[in-house]
Structure formats: structure tokens, C-alpha cells
Design a protein around this ligand. Sequence first.
Ligand SMILES: [Zn+2]
Ligand SMILES: [Zn+2]
Length: 139
Amino acid sequence: MFPWNVEVLVWLDGRLCVEVVGMAQGPTQSGHLQKADWAVVERFALDKDFPNHQLVIRPQDLDDPRLIKGIAGQACPACSKPGYWTTKHIGGLPCGVCKQPTRTYMSQEWACVSCTHRHVERRTDRSFAERQHCERCNR
Ligand SMILES: [Zn+2]
Ligand SMILES: [Zn+2]
């Protein structure tokens, strides 16, 4: 089912659920996890030797533009350990037409796998959501 490699895959459902599929080198290190609790996901990632193995995070929808590849984490600004990465997308980006908040993410939360440091960063690539993602305009 999965290719044999040294990659670890992490799948995120964009809403409340988080699904994680992990695989490292060799069959004994493969794992699967479906949890909404991020602490469990973090433990899982560490267990799979993150950040030494790279992670891929994406929502279950393959066409979702939030696909993030090759996350090795960056150094945590608080403790300087690697593994500071995006853990959460927070919706509410206003619709470009009606300016009402949509489910398209407006900011993302970064968190450290080693300590409790985290921060929220507003996305800079766009200010408004596409009209087709607006519940109000598509009613
Ligand atoms: Zn830290
Ligand atoms: Zn709208």
C-alpha cells in the first residue's frame, strides 16, 4: 500500500480531526494514527524520529492548496531545537466579494515539539478568500 522508503507522512484533516499516517525506514517503524489531539500527534512524530525524518502534512483532500511538503521543521525561537513547525490552520479569511469570514485559513499556528512555545502567524500570500469557498456567496 505504501512505498518502501524512509519518509514519514502526516495527514491532517482541515477541520477538527487529525489523521496521521507515518512510515519510517523498515516495517517495524511504520505506524498509523488518527487523533484530534495534537499532543498525541506530536508524540507520534517524535516517536517516528521527527524531525530527523521529514514529514509531509496535508489535509485529506488531495486538491487542497494547503498541501505542505518537506517539513523538517525549523529551529524553535525559544529553545533553538529543531522541530518548530505549523500545527494548525485557523480559518476566517474574509471572502473577496462579500468580506464575510470563510473557512479558508487566515493564519497558522506554529508550535515547538520540544517545548511549549508557539505563535500564530497571519498568512501573507493572500488577503481574501476565493468566492467559491464562501458559504454566503454560494448559498
Ligand atoms: Zn522550543
Ligand atoms: Zn462571499
